[in-house]
Ligand binder design. Structure first.
Ligand SMILES: O=c1[nH]cnc2c1ncn2[C@H]1C[C@H](O)[C@@H](CO)O1
Ligand SMILES: [Zn+2]
Length: 331
């Protein structure tokens, strides 16, 4: 099968985990940022997380280097443009990208400058390529909560003009949802859609909480509903889609090997699943690779692929008009 040619949808991809290594070198030189090497192979190997990561925390250490050159408007705009360009070139037709505005303030950028730069880069790519996109704003669970509502307020100006949703990301502790109820309610009040990273490292109960306490419409990863019947039943009952990211799930040890990934069992059991990249550089992957890996490992047919594609369309935070266009591409 020609996986490159298939129309694809990626609903879970982090901007700061998907930076071209050469761009890190270029931007570091332009911005006078010290980086460990000027050699592209060395920079690539510092950014790519090995399969031998012990856990999510070790995987998350790979974001420091890209974030060091994502502290200016030009840097963020360029990286956003290039990510949408890379995705368009592999036939991703609709792309939801997320990032944490709180991580881009080291040189004093305002949340408005940060969000507008990311949106501008996306729009520049949308004008050139056959791709549509939206941004999701991720709040880092481990950071100070004092400015969460400021991120929500700044992003609200871009709602349905490039920004669509709110997410919680970073290290996952059991029971984390309880602390975030007021912030998520505020985001919902402002008009954000909700997706939450849960059940990646933590327990299935986190998925149950993300849906029941935070109103998550989609869940990032959600692997651990496998051992939690209540969470499994709830995502089915509420038609919550799981944003699975197979390569990342193996690197972070959410799953030991691809053959043990529950994606096919979920699919057969009627859980809504989608296939996504998570971090193109850190996980050294593309949508083409993720789709190929899943289809080959689990013997999925073209019909299965388009059933999953349709779930991605329906569960996306795109406008109805964009959804109609995307559905026309499904066989
Ligand atoms: O797979 C992930 N799980 C939880 N947090 C993640 C994952 N990939 C990236 N992140 C974090 C690190 C980034 O700096 C942040 C915003 O994109 O989100
Ligand atoms: Zn993620």
């Amino acid at each position: 099968m020609n996986y490159q040619a298939l129309p694809k949808i990626d609903l879970h991809c982090h901007l700061d985990g998907s930076v071209r290594p050469q761009t890190i070198i270029d931007l570091a030189n332009q911005q006078n940022v010290t980086i460990p090497s000027q050699d592209i192979n060395e920079i690539s190997s510092l950014m790519i997380a090995p399969e031998t990561c012990q856990n999510l925390e070790e995987y998350l250490m790979r974001f420091e280097l890209p974030l060091s050159v994502m502290q200016t408007e030009e840097g963020i705009e360029r990286i956003s443009f290039e990510l949408f360009e890379d995705a368009a070139k592999e036939n991703v037709k609709y792309f939801e990208v997320r990032f944490g505005p709180q991580l881009h303030q080291l040189q004093g950028l305002s949340f408005d400058q940060i969000i507008s730069s990311a949106v501008k880069g996306m729009q520049r790519a949308e004008a050139i390529y056959d791709i549509k996109g939206n941004y999701i704003l991720s709040i880092l669970r481990t950071m100070d909560k004092g400015n969460i509502n400021d991120v929500i307020d700044a992003g609200a100006a871009y709602l349905n003009k490039g920004v669509v949703a709110f997410d919680l990301a970073g290290a996952e502790l059991p029971g984390f949802c309880h602390e975030f109820i007021p912030y998520v309610n505020y985001a919902i009040e402002k008009g954000y859609r909700i997706t939450i990273h849960a059940g990646e490292q933590g327990v299935g109960q986190n998925v149950f909480d993300a849906v029941s306490l935070l109103g998550a419409e989609r869940v990032g990863h959600g692997i651990h509903i496998k051992g939690h019947q209540g969470a499994y039943d709830l995502v089915k009952e509420k038609s919550v889609a799981l944003e699975t990211c197979p390569s990342s799930n193996i690197q972070t040890k959410a799953v030991d090997v691809l053959s043990n990934h529950p994606i096919k069992a979920f699919y057969q059991g009627g859980v809504l699943i989608t296939i996504n990249t998570d971090n193109r550089t850190v996980s050294n992957t593309t949508m083409t690779d993720e789709v190929r890996k899943v289809m080959e490992e689990f013997n999925l047919s073209r019909e299965d692929y388009f059933a999953i594609y349709r779930v991605s369309v329906e569960q996306s935070f795109a406008s109805d008009e964009v959804k109609q266009e995307l559905l026309k591409l499904a066989e």
